[in-house]
Ligand binder design. Structure first.
Ligand SMILES: *Cc1c(COP(=O)(O)O)cnc(C)c1O
Length: 404
């Protein structure tokens, strides 16, 4: 109900509207974006902030990257949606280029990350059923995982907040410690169809497993004829200094799950990528999505794949990531207890004596930096990959002052 009376600043008005009408399933920082370009967001009062969240890595290429905006504009003037009931002149070339980027043969196009994970689980179960005759399949997953928020996905989460009150849950998952390949191996039995992991756990706080973990999972899954599924929704597409985080340890999974940056921050685009012997288990009518693979998403997704094809973003993430991690490591012992990083992706554990993660986010907000805490005491720093060296120095400099 509107009273017609507006009081407070533009920010306060917008926040009050959100609080009144938007379900409270998030707890946003008190900043109201009005526009954005590259690595910077401008709020409704004209204040500028360096975006160090990049929409959880969906904005890896920066806000409104000219090539992505141009691809979207161009496609808006042609055709945006026909559903998969018909072909479009965009989907096939997008799927070919994305499959090439991943070194695979086929793509199953979806929209959100959670849908890609759900789809990967369905493909693995169907593969187990059709190829191995498994009727009661199980999938081995890692503790501390984050794969999205649907019922089946929270069914194998160990985050109490994400689960409490949402049961009953989907059976068929076995949770083992992250980083422990022997535990994964011990959990595999004749009914196991897949091992599903994030190569680096993002929401958990940029947790990097031992270098031999993923290679060991690869060897074990091959020996046991079980699929290895890598959820690269946050870790993939340049963030870690490689196209895929699994590239860093020389591992090629059977299925890649992609999302977030695949839509360039413009539209939701996700995908399951694999070879024909696996994705070929899907036949007409067995799985679907009205918007999955629509021409607008495919046009933007193709432009994203083209950006990654140059290697420029992977290279930037690598070199600027070293610069960021060098300066962040100097803060250990000065309000920071630990720093973990991979490319332009850092988890910074805040010493509780200087405040909570949320406190430091508030202080950084006042200093013109947008960053988000995860699990209470950890900041996850992930600026768009278009950030400059000076801006990377600005992050560490302002964090040092916010910790004082
Ligand atoms: C964000 C994320 C998802 C879920 O993506 P949504 O688009 O939010 O559904 C899944 N897996 C990982 C690793 C993620 O970071």
């Amino acid at each position: 109900m509107s009273t017609g009376l507006t009081i407070g600043t533009l920010s306060e008005q917008a926040i009050a509207l959100d609080n009144a009408y938007v379900a409270r399933n998030y707890n946003p920082l008190p900043v109201v974006a009005a526009s954005a370009e590259g690595a910077w967001i401008t709020d409704v009062e004209g204040r500028r902030y360096l975006d160090c969240l990049a929409a959880y890595s969906a904005v890896n290429f920066g806000h409104r990257h000219p090539a992505l905006v141009a691809a979207a504009h161009d496609q808006l003037d042609r055709v945006t949606l026909v559903s998969r009931a018909f072909h479009s002149d965009r989907l096939g070339s997008f799927a070919r280029d994305l499959a090439d980027l991943a070194g695979k043969e086929m793509v199953l196009p979806m929209n959100t990350g959670a849908e890609a994970v759900e789809s990967g689980i369905k493909v693995a179960r169907k593969w187990g059923h059709d190829v191995k005759g498994i009727t009661t399949p199980n999938i081995v997953v890692a503790a501390g995982n984050f794969h999205g928020r649907t019922i089946s996905i929270i069914s194998f989460s160990d985050d109490g907040t994400a689960r409490t009150g949402f049961g009953p849950f989907t059976p068929g998952f076995r949770v083992v410690p992250f980083g422990d390949a022997a535990a994964a191996e011990a959990a595999i039995d004749d009914d196991t169809v897949a091992v599903l992991v994030e190569p680096i756990q993002g929401e958990a706080g940029v947790i990097i497993p031992p270098a031999d973990y993923l290679p060991a999972l690869r060897r074990i899954t091959r020996e046991r004829d079980v699929l290895l599924i890598c959820d690269e929704i946050q870790s993939g597409l340049g963030r870690t200094g490689a196209t895929f985080a699994s590239d860093r340890v020389g591992v090629v999974p059977d299925l890649y799950l992609l999302g977030k940056a695949l839509g360039g921050g413009v539209v939701p685009v996700s995908a399951v990528i694999g070879n024909r012997d696996i994705l070929g288990v899907l036949h007409p009518g067995e799985h679907g999505s009205t918007f999955g693979g629509n021409p607008l998403s495919a046009a933007v997704g193709s432009a994203v794949v083209a950006l990654l094809g140059t290697g420029e973003f992977q290279e930037r993430a690598l070199t600027l990531g070293e610069r960021l991690s060098d300066s962040l490591l100097q803060l250990v012992g000065h309000g920071v207890t630990a720093v973990r990083s991979a490319g332009l992706w850092a988890g910074v554990d805040i010493d509780p004596s200087v405040g909570t993660g949320r406190d430091i986010c508030q202080r950084l907000l006042a200093r013109g930096i947008l960053v988000k805490d995860t699990h209470g005491q950890t900041l996850r720093i992930a600026p768009p990959l278009v950030v400059t060296g000076d801006e990377v120095d600005f992050i560490a400099h302002e964090l040092a002052r916010a910790l004082q």
